[in-house]
Design a protein around this ligand. Structure first.
Ligand SMILES: Nc1nc2c(ncn2[C@@H]2O[C@H](COP(=O)(O)OP(=O)(O)OP(=O)(O)O)[C@@H](O)[C@H]2O)c(=O)[nH]1
Length: 357
């Protein structure tokens, strides 16, 4: 079963750099095909859409603020067209107007009840240059920062290092669990937001899951001094024993600070084992049954692979939490435990008579 297409809500105060970031992602040649829903079509350059080859994936949602003028049904219809398999999109970005209530838009995406649509999280852009001046008159900014799954502190080229660090500390204080990156021109690393497909010939070489891991460990220096701030980190584990469903559910629903999204193929322990593909962002889970059961020459079919992707993660804590997901040899897991994860399955596990799980 095809995974639901993640729909990522991009929000931020007027002029924070939302369109700049969306255009950056469209131009990034990541290999991911991205659809865009914008409040003001004029904001997204057609050039960028052409570069990304995602011309069919752009929808303008009337004039006016998305959270006031659209309801879940309207947005659901628009998104339904974009996530149709024929569109072949890997992700959809919903860029809200600068005055939108991001929680309302996120709720609309979640409320669409279309199994092809998955909520991809709330990305909130912060204007590093103007945050201090804006906060007193716009108290909602603090609330929006607190709600975000990923905070992009943009325009750091417009402030000195001390101000940048103060703004970063300030947003972390308002939202201690979100992943936080500092950017110029919204240049977030696409791998933080998007799954980079490995089966399309759109560049010299596509990033694979394994590359994400390598990218996270690669600390080679770069002359671009912003690079270190904009890159994501990823941590992974491979477990030979099945994972404990309750610990896995807790990890997916309440990931450690700095983790933006989690993905993996997991084998659950319990009387009725399931091999599942899990994706999580912002505590929302997208769980499907893993396709096929073939083990490759190197991999055991019982193995679980999990990757946590984020920015500003405490690596030892995340790694330890990942490692603790594996069941211990002396541990028994009751059959009910799996429900913590399987209740998030979008369709029931197909069963064959006598099938062993
Ligand atoms: N110096 C600097 N300018 C930036 C940066 N990011 C965006 N800008 C500029 O800031 C202005 C606003 O950026 P947009 O991307 O249009 O911001 P927006 O959040 O989409 O704006 P609204 O749609 O009006 O809410 C543009 O002129 C951008 O070129 C940055 O990191 N540094």
């Amino acid at each position: 079963m095809r995974r639901a297409v993640p729909v990522i809500v991009v929000s931020g105060f007027l002029g924070a750099g939302k369109t700049t970031m969306v255009n950056h992602l469209l131009r990034s040649r990541s290999g991911a095909r991205i659809g865009v829903v914008v409040n003001d079509f004029g904001d997204v350059s057609i050039d960028a859409l052409l570069v990304a080859g995602a011309v069919d994936g752009a929808v303008r949602l009337g004039n006016g603020c998305i959270c006031c003028t659209a309801d879940a049904d309207t947005l659901g219809e628009v998104l339904g067209g974009l996530v149709a398999p024929a569109a072949g999109l890997d992700a959809v970005l919903v860029e809200t107007s600068g005055l939108a209530e991001p929680a309302a838009v996120a709720r609309m995406v979640i409320a669409t009840a279309d199994p092809r649509i998955g909520y991809g999280g709330l990305v909130y852009l912060v204007d590093a240059e103007n945050l201090d001046a804006l906060r007193p008159d716009n108290p909602e900014i603090d609330r929006h920062i607190a709600l975000a799954d990923l905070l992009v502190v943009n325009k750091v080229d417009r402030v000195d290092a001390r101000t940048r660090d103060r703004v970063l500390d300030g947003v972390r204080a308002l939202n201690p669990t979100a992943a936080v990156v500092a950017t110029v021109d919204g240049a977030v690393d696409p791998g933080l937001l998007l799954d980079i497909p490995d089966d399309r010939d759109t560049g010299p070489r596509q990033l694979e899951l394994a590359d994400l891991l390598v990218a996270g460990d690669d600390e080679t220096g770069h002359d671009d001094h912003h690079h270190a701030h904009t890159r994501y980190e990823s941590l992974s584990v491979t477990a030979d024993r099945p994972l404990h469903p309750r610990r896995l559910a807790a990890f997916l629903e309440r990931p450690p600070a700095g983790v933006y999204r989690i993905k993996g193929v997991v084998e659950l322990a319990g009387a009725d084992r399931h091999r599942l593909v899990v994706h999580a962002v912002g505590g929302l889970l997208d769980v499907t049954t893993a396709p096929g059961r073939r083990a490759s020459a190197q991999r055991s079919v019982r193995q679980s692979d999990l990757v946590a992707i984020g920015a500003g993660m405490d690596a030892p804590t995340v790694r330890a939490t990942l490692q603790e997901l594996e069941t211990r040899t002396d541990e028994t897991v009751d059959a009910q435990a799996a429900l913590g994860v399987t209740r998030h399955l979008r369709t029931p596990t197909p069963r064959r008579a006598g099938a062993q799980t």
